[in-house]
Write a protein that binds this ligand. Structure first.
Ligand code: ASP
Ligand code: MG
Length: 254
């Protein structure tokens, strides 16, 4: 039985129909005999909308209150996704970053993960349920919510995968993996089926934003294989595999 962490970005859970579609995909993965923990981003433009609302009240809002607000986005998507899984006949439990054991430093808006202690997530997985974890958030030493910086859910997913000892971390987005250029802009862009961590880090430092830089560094440090793929298709995507690992041995490639 493989242990798989799946991360769904904002575009994959933009509305309730998308949330139902993602719920089906999670259940499919579980029915193949895998344990599945999910990290989810806020729906669509929710995070930007929350920032706009804050700015319309105070151009320089207190950082603590800003993170209190921003963490609300992922609470919405995580609970709706858990409900969609229940509605489709399976069981799921959602967790905030705090409940999932994400401890960070105190830098509001740009916090670094210090430790992940996902005890409750493990319990739920052992009971045969799906665990849904809010991305992009943790708590500081005072117990106050913190956020990891924009796009931080990728890093949450890899950190959770490492803490759980997962076999793979799948990053679901709205394109079929990592391309030689942005396929939404450059029609001749080609999908890269396999790539190593260093090459992605290079692409990222050239401004190509496929994955959050910190997420790739984290995956490289702990040799966590990544599969970047579309939540809208079953096409293969891009595999990022540590040296010496045969990609064909990884779970859930279809
Ligand atoms: N919702 C957060 C953002 O939009 C985190 C993420 O999507 O990864 O930046
Ligand atoms: Mg987002």
């Amino acid at each position: 039985m493989a242990l798989i962490v799946q991360k769904y970005g904002g575009s994959s859970v933009a509305d309730t129909d998308s949330i139902k579609r993602v719920a089906k995909r999670i259940i499919e993965t579980k029915k193949k005999g895998n344990k599945v923990a999910v990290v989810v981003s806020a729906m669509g433009d929710t995070t930007d909308d929350l920032i706009d609302q804050a700015m319309s009240i105070d151009g320089n809002p207190p950082e603590r209150e800003m993170d209190m607000l921003m963490t609300a986005g992922e609470r919405i998507s995580m609970s709706l996704l858990a409900m969609a899984i229940h509605a489709a006949g399976s069981k799921a439990h959602s967790f905030t970053g705090q409940q999932a054991g994400f401890l960070t430093d105190a830098r509001y808006g740009a916090a670094h993960i210090k430790a992940v202690r996902p005890k409750r997530v493990e319990q739920v997985l052992d009971e045969g349920e799906v665990a849904i974890v809010a991305g992009f958030q943790g708590i500081n030493e005072d117990g106050d919510p913190t956020t990891l910086g924009r796009g931080g859910s990728d890093t949450s997913a890899v950190a959770l995968a490492v803490a759980l000892g997962a076999d793979i971390c799948e990053i679901y987005t709205d394109v079929d993996g990592i391309f030689t250029a942005d396929p939404r802009i450059v029609p001749t862009a080609r999908r890269i089926p396999f790539i190593d961590y260093d090459s992605i880090l290079e692409m990222a430092s050239c401004g190509s934003k496929v994955l959050a830089l910190r997420c790739v560094e984290y995956a490289q440090r702990f040799d966590m294989p990544l599969h970047v793929r579309s939540s809208f298709s079953h096409r293969p995507g891009t595999l990022v595999v540590p040296e010496g690992v045969d990609p064909r041995t990884l779970p859930n490639l279809d």
